[in-house]
Design a binder for this molecule. Structure first.
Ligand code: MG
Length: 283
């Protein structure tokens, strides 16, 4: 058995060797007189794509983001520092109706509440590829059944729906239950919490791409975690969401709003934020 003490020495040597190797990268960059980090190499093989060497000293460092904090049932968490906060518990200023009028949902106890008959609401801002964090709580005590129980939805671009439903003990068709890509894929598992409890969706959405002639280049993709459990893993949407049917993609803008559905049930939402997802090496 190797003692902990005998491991420390080789690690210390390895760290010293690595530090002196990094120093070579410093010389390189200082010679170029550029104000950037001084670590890495230029004499290593090129990575596929032909842009960067392995450990390339010219490769830009990712910008820093202060991570958010997790929510508890009593307290919403904080968004990461670079997120667009869509609802902070106070007002609906970032939301409007689908006709561009002020949103008419209620704000109660730090939550925004779907108001039956007030219609869907959408973000005033538009987003492309993005990370979406949503928290919702189904009405408690539950009322209704099947699709008529705690129904709402996160409809990205007004087209691609991640279903919101009370699916704790309420049974409906598989591709219409909570966290389903509505009408297309059930969630991999049912990770629902009881009605009244706060639940989370973390959605990584890749917008579809269209060719200049309007035909589909690549579909929309969603990766979804429901209460921290993976329920879709980079799943391609067949096309926009429709009820009892399928329809093909139709070209649309590369950016769109996030829509929350009014399905006649007072579903509560809190701690909503979104981050745009850019490519590697982007500022
Ligand atoms: Mg729905």
């Amino acid at each position: 058995m190797i003692s902990r003490r005998s491991l420390v020495f080789p690690i210390a040597i390895a760290a010293t060797v690595a530090a002196s190797a990094i120093g070579l990268g410093q010389d390189h960059d200082q010679a170029k007189g550029k104000a950037r980090h001084r670590y890495g190499y230029k004499d290593t093989p090129m990575l596929p794509g032909g842009r960067w060497h392995v450990h390339d000293s010219d490769r830009p460092l990712p910008r820093a983001v202060t991570p958010g904090t997790c929510s508890t049932q009593d307290q919403p968490g904080q968004a990461p520092s670079d997120a667009v906060v869509l609802f902070d518990g106070k007002d609906l200023s970032r939301w409007e109706t689908e006709r561009g009028q002020p949103a008419r949902w209620a704000v109660q106890d730090g939550a925004m509440v779907a108001k039956p008959g007030a219609g869907a609401i959408r973000t005033r801002d538009k987003f492309g590829d993005c990370q979406i964090h949503i928290e919702f709580a189904s009405p408690n005590p539950p009322r209704g059944r099947d699709q008529d129980c705690g129904n709402s939805g996160v409809i990205i671009f007004g087209r691609y729906e991640i279903q919101v439903l009370d699916s704790f003990k309420n049974v409906t068709y598989a591709d219409g239950q909570a966290a389903a890509i509505y009408g297309q894929y059930p969630p991999l598992v049912n990770a629902s919490r009881p009605p009244g409890q706060w639940q989370t969706y973390d959605i990584l959405f890749t917008a579809p791409r269209f060719k200049p002639d309007g035909s589909l280049e690549s579909p929309a993709y969603s990766t979804v975690l429901h209460n921290g459990v993976v329920v879709h893993n980079h799943t391609a949407h067949f096309g926009p969401m429709v009820y009892r049917n399928t329809v093909p993609y139709k070209a649309h803008d590369p950016r769109g709003p996030i829509v929350l559905q009014d399905h006649g049930h007072p579903v509560r939402f809190r701690n909503l934020w979104v981050r745009e997802i850019k490519g590697y090496d982007q500022p």
